[in-house]
Write a protein of this length. Structure first.
Length: 262
């Protein structure tokens, strides 16, 4: 794994932990950080030994304050982003491996959009979410205006989007975009606990399930989704994998399965 200036990347077995490391600006992200994220997620995607990723922020004040507006206003340095989008994930639609957001403190604008682009959100009690872009003459174009209405009731999403209001962790769970609220300072530990539970399952099955969900949502009906799921690449790979044999074999032999991820 390469060294990074704005991110800290660690591995714990099949788990990749990515920490945004710009605490001096509340982990706000600028183009150089987006490019680092792009490389990290590319490496995670292509590494057969890495099965789950967790994204979090350094310190307890912020997951990410979103777009680095001071960097943008200064007009210096690179301004382009990778095709994978904000944090290398907002426009990344082909990643079948699960990604968990461990949110501590502020998740504002692009920070909230980064969390929404993950598959699960584990939030500390001090987490605060908002899409405040209209208050600074922008719009939540890194997925916020599209993902939030698909994750929670439409009127509630519009209420957040049109006012930029801040939502705490408890309300986020009530609305439905937060999976679990944990004590302040324990977001990463909570995310690791969810990851450990996922790791009890076949990674091939997890990838097939994730891809099936997202591709199925693009279908015009449930009937079409069910009819077409057999052609989804991860679904086909699951049926051709060693794990497809190992799971039933382990069950019949009354032992824990030895997943290979292939």
């Amino acid at each position: 794994m390469a060294d990074y200036q704005y991110l800290k990347v660690e591995r714990e077995g099949p788990l990749t932990i990515v920490t945004i490391s710009r605490p001096e600006v509340y982990n706000a992200l600028h183009p150089p950080a987006h490019w680092e994220f792009d490389k990290v997620f590319n490496e995670f995607r292509d590494d057969p030994d890495q099965w789950i990723a967790i994204v979090t922020g350094a310190g307890d004040k912020a997951f990410s304050a979103g777009n680095d507006l001071k960097y943008q206003a200064a007009g210096v340095g690179p301004r382009n982003r990778p095709d994978s989008g904000f944090a290398g994930i907002s426009n990344r639609y082909d990643l079948t491996k699960p990604v968990i957001a461990a949110v501590n403190g502020w998740a504002m604008g692009g920070g909230f959009e980064t969390a929404l682009a993950c598959d699960l959100i584990i939030a500390a009690e001090n987490a605060t979410f908002a899409l405040p872009e209209p208050r600074v003459g922008l719009a939540a174009g890194a997925g916020g205006i599209h993902r939030l209405p698909r994750h929670i009731p439409f009127k509630q999403a519009m209420g957040m989007i049109l006012t930029g209001r801040r939502v705490g962790a408890a309300e986020g769970k009530e609305l439905g975009f937060v999976n679990e609220v944990v004590p302040t300072g324990q977001a990463l530990e909570g995310a690791k606990r969810w990851a450990a539970t996922i790791l009890e399952c076949s990674p091939m099955s997890i990838r097939a399930s994730k891809q099936g969900v997202y591709m199925g949502l693009d279908e015009t009906s449930v009937a079409n989704a069910i009819r077409n799921q057999h052609v989804y690449p991860a679904y086909k790979a699951m049926g051709e994998s060693e794990d497809y044999i190992e799971g039933p074999k382990a069950f019949s032999e009354k032992r824990p399965p030895n997943w290979k991820g292939r």
